[in-house]
Design a protein around this ligand. Structure first.
Ligand code: GDP
Length: 200
C-alpha cells in the first residue's frame, strides 16, 4: 500500500494490522515474502540496517466460515545494526514507538529472533516494551532450516521459557523451506479476525 516515514503517513482506514519486528538481518523481509508467497514483496537487504520506513502491505484472504478478511502486514524497520549512527538509532526509536504506542488497529506483533542466536539486549528491550504496553505478540525463531530437528525443538523450548515467556506462542519458521509459515498465518488470521484487546 505504501511506506511511511512518520506517523502522519500511517493508514487511517482501520483495517487490522499485524506488525513484524526484529533485529536487522533477522530474516524479516524474507519471511514477509514467504508469507505472501511472493519473492519481491519486501526487499531482502544486502546491506543491513537500511530501511527506515514503515511499510504497509495490504493482504486479502479467505478464512473459511468467517468469510473474507483484509489486513495490513506492517514491516517495521529492524534495530540493533551496530554500525548505525546514533541519529539513525534515535530515529528508529521515535518512528517505531510512534507506531506501536496507541495504534488501535494493531492486533498482533510478530517478534522475530534468529533461531541460532541467543537473544540480544535489543531483543530484551523490545520484549519489555511490548509487555509493558500489553501488546500481544508471537515469537518467531527465524532461519530454523539451519538447525537440525532436535536442536530446533530445544531452541523453541528455551525461547518459550525465556524471551517468549509472555508470548502467545513460539514458532520456528523458515523462509527457505516454509517451516512454520502456515502456523504463523493461522495466528495472524485469528488475530486479524478477533476483536481488539484493551492495551495501554
Ligand atoms: P531483514 O534484514 O530482517 O529483512 O533480513 P532479510 O530477509 O533481508 O535476510 C537477511 C539474510 O538472511 C539474507 O542473507 C537472507 O537470505 C537470509 N535468510 C533470511 N531468511 C532465511 C531463512 O529462512 N533461512 C536461511 N537459511 N537464510 C535466511
Amino acid at each position: 500500500m505504501g511506506s511511511a516515514a512518520s506517523s502522519g503517513q500511517f493508514p487511517r482506514d482501520g483495517r487490522p494490522e499485524v506488525a513484524f519486528l526484529g533485529r536487522s538481518n533477522v530474516g524479516k523481509s524474507s519471511l514477509l515474502n514467504a508469507l505472501a508467497g511472493e519473492r519481491g514483496l519486501a526487499l531482502v537487504s544486502a546491506e543491513p540496517g537500511r530501511t527506515r520506513l514503515v511499510n504497509f502491505f495490504r493482504v486479502a484472504g479467505a478464512a473459511g466460515a468467517a468469510g473474507r478478511f483484509e489486513l495490513y502486514l506492517v514491516d517495521l524497520p529492524g534495530y540493533g545494526y551496530a554500525k548505525a549512527a546514533r541519529a539513525v538509532r534515535e530515529g528508529w526509536e521515535k518512528l517505531v514507538t510512534s507506531y506501536l504506542v496507541g495504534r488501535e488497529s494493531l492486533r498482533l506483533c510478530v517478534f522475530l529472533v534468529d533461531a541460532r542466536h541467543e537473544p540480544t539486549e535489543g531483543d530484551e528491550t523490545l520484549r519489555a516494551f511490548l509487555d509493558h504496553h500489553r501488546t500481544p505478540y508471537v515469537l518467531a525463531a527465524t532461519k530454523s532450516d539451519k538447525l537440525g530437528r532436535g536442536e530446533r525443538a530445544r531452541r523453541e523450548r528455551e525461547l518459550a521459557r525465556g524471551l517468549g515467556r509472555n508470548a502467545r506462542s513460539v514458532v520456528a519458521v523458515s523462509a527457505a523451506d516454509g517451516t512454520g509459515v502456515e502456523d504463523l498465518w493461522r495466528s495472524i488470521r485469528e488475530a486479524a479476525l478477533a476483536a481488539p484487546a484493551a492495551r495501554s
